[in-house]
Design a protein around this ligand. Structure first.
Ligand SMILES: Cc1cc2nc3c(=O)[nH]c(=O)nc-3n(C[C@H](O)[C@H](O)[C@H](O)COP(=O)(O)OP(=O)(O)OC[C@H]3O[C@@H](n4cnc5c(N)ncnc54)[C@H](O)[C@@H]3O)c2cc1C
Length: 479
């Protein structure tokens, strides 16, 4: 019999396979999986936490032999059932090493499970940094890549555009490296592939020399911003807008690379005590007294109303406090439709505010920009993009109404040819996705070629990519 460590997984007898997997199997008492937003929950039949690539192969082999599907999960920050499964789950928490740093050629190779926070720390030591970043750094690198997670900047693509190569473990147990020069179709499908083309073992990521950002923030009336939107969107390398519809104010953030010394903005009093705890209390009370939602929105807007300048390491400026567990959705519209879409959203929200029983949304509505790219399922594929994201918090974990607001918001962004953020819950099915994504069927072709039996699929993928009539509420948290 071949030694278990050198044997191919398919040659290992089942009992030995169980023994080899036992140390990386999460205890049966601990198999509930809840996403960060506390909006989706599942109970996988087994959860594995491999520490090396061979163990990933073993998990895949067991899934194949037992006829189970296998969903890979990063740290569960997707605000949907994208990572959920009731069959096998492979958590990548322990696949978190940096494998290579090349300062001269400006790239890093890291395992898919590394969190961006850990990656920043390793890059910092080598005087390097990620080129662009979203609002947080808790996510795994592979989670970010497979969902085309984005930051903001008219000249900056989604983070997947910085991926140079991927190493994948395919459904048949083979490993493959893909890039723009090698298996290019598989590469373009996988860098926004929703975990369907294989387990991302490692990622070669383009980076740049470490940099500081100087961020200016100012609050402007909604009308001033939309009238000057194109100028504002192009006025800095990274522009973000936070809209408070309760009083028609937009907080504008303009960030540029700088050599100036660090000078962080903000204080514990404002940001932690007032900005976090007081706001949460009033959001909670707003569940019972509708008017308090408007009051607390205006209060939060006022807390950050003065002009501020902050200079810090890039990732500290990019990242913001996303506050509490939340329902959220975000869509990408063609940049050219931004003005019309924002005006329509404003008209809709104004009507709600005029109605004594109308919706009083939480805040802010986040508006960001991305450059066009050529990634098959990237929401910025083939078009410059404006992202518009809305949120309804769950103060202290308690639920708040959100369906009516999200439905109305989606109706508006759909009219403006919106494409949903893949990590966030949405209602589009293949028929409409196909009209939005010219390479949608190419994506399906590759997915079906590399995983014909669908081992890496889950309900989300079956529903949105393959059009199966599955109930979208199966994994929905009912609190
Ligand atoms: C507070 C908050 C802020 C956010 N800010 C932003 C933002 O600014 N911009 C933005 O675009 N998005 C943002 N997101 C969304 C977030 O970036 C994505 O949901 C991301 O996928 C989360 O990474 P994760 O490690 O939690 O992945 P998970 O949610 O665990 O998984 C996401 C997907 O990745 C797949 N996957 C994970 N690891 C692998 C692997 N090794 N191989 C193959 N597939 C894999 C999973 O199968 C699943 O399909 C935010 C989310 C939250 C909760």
């Amino acid at each position: 019999m071949p030694s278990q460590l050198t044997a191919r997984p398919s040659d290992i007898p089942l009992n030995n396979l169980y023994n080899l997997l036992e140390p990386i199997t999460v205890s049966k008492d601990n198999v509930r999986f809840t996403n960060w937003g506390q909006t989706f929950v599942c109970t996988p039949s087994s959860i594995f936490e491999p520490e090396n690539e061979f163990q990933c192969e073993l998990v895949l082999e067991l899934a194949r032999r037992e006829g189970k599907t296998l969903r890979v999960a990063g740290v569960g920050h997707s605000p949907s059932d994208l990572a959920c499964t009731n069959e096998f789950m492979l958590r990548t928490t322990k696949l978190n090493r940096v494998l290579e740093v090349n300062t001269e050629k400006r790239y890093v190779v890291a395992q898919g499970g590394i969190t961006l926070n850990d990656l920043h720390a390793q890059l910092d030591k080598n005087n390097l940094a990620m080129i662009n970043l979203g609002s947080i750094s808790e996510q795994s690198l592979a989670g970010v890549v497979t969902t085309a997670t984005h930051g903001s900047g008219m000249a900056y693509g989604v983070i997947s555009t910085n991926v140079m190569a991927l190493s994948l473990l395919l459904a048949d147990g083979s490993r493959i490296t893909c890039s723009r020069n090698e298996h290019a179709d598989l590469f373009l499908a996988s860098i926004c592939g929703l975990g369907t083309t294989g387990i991302i073992l490692s990622i070669q990521l383009e980076v740049e020399p470490a940099y500081r950002l100087k961020e200016l923030q100012q609050s402007l009336p909604f009308d001033d911003v939309v009238q000057n939107l194109d100028k504002i969107a192009h006025s800095a390398e990274h522009v973000r807008l936070w809209w408070y519809p309760s009083n028609g104010t937009i907080r504008c953030s303009y960030a540029n690379r700088t050599d100036e010394p660090k000078k962080p903005a903000g204080s514990w009093w404002w940001h932690t005590l007032m900005g976090y705890h007081v706001v949460q209390l009033f959001l909670f009370l707003g569940r019972y007294f509708l008017f308090l939602n408007t009051w607390v929105a205006n209060f939060a807007c006022w807390l950050s109303s003065g002009d501020t300048v902050g200079i810090d390491d890039s990732y500290k400026i990019f990242n913001v406090d996303c506050r509490y567990p939340q329902h959220t959705t975000e869509w990408a519209i063609p940049y050219e439709n931004t003005l019309a879409c924002l005006r329509e959203l404003r008209d809709y929200l104004d009507k709600e505010y005029q109605d004594p029983d109308g919706i009083r949304p939480h805040f802010p509505i986040e508006i960001r920009f991305s450059a066009s790219d050529d990634i098959w399922l990237s929401p910025s594929s083939g078009q410059r993009t404006c992202w518009i994201g809305i949120v309804q918090y769950k103060p202290y974990g308690f639920n708040v109404p959100y369906r009516k607001l999200f439905q109305a918001y989606e109706d508006i962004v759909v009219q403006h040819h919106g494409r949903p953020h893949w990590a966030k819950a949405h209602r589009l099915r293949p028929d409409s996705l196909r009209t939005l994504y010219p390479r949608f069927d190419d994506f399906r072709r590759i997915m079906e070629k590399v995983d014909p039996s669908g081992i890496f699929r889950n309900d989300y993928v079956e529903r949105h990519i393959l059009g199966k009539p599955l109930d979208p509420r199966v994994y929905k948290e009912h609190s």
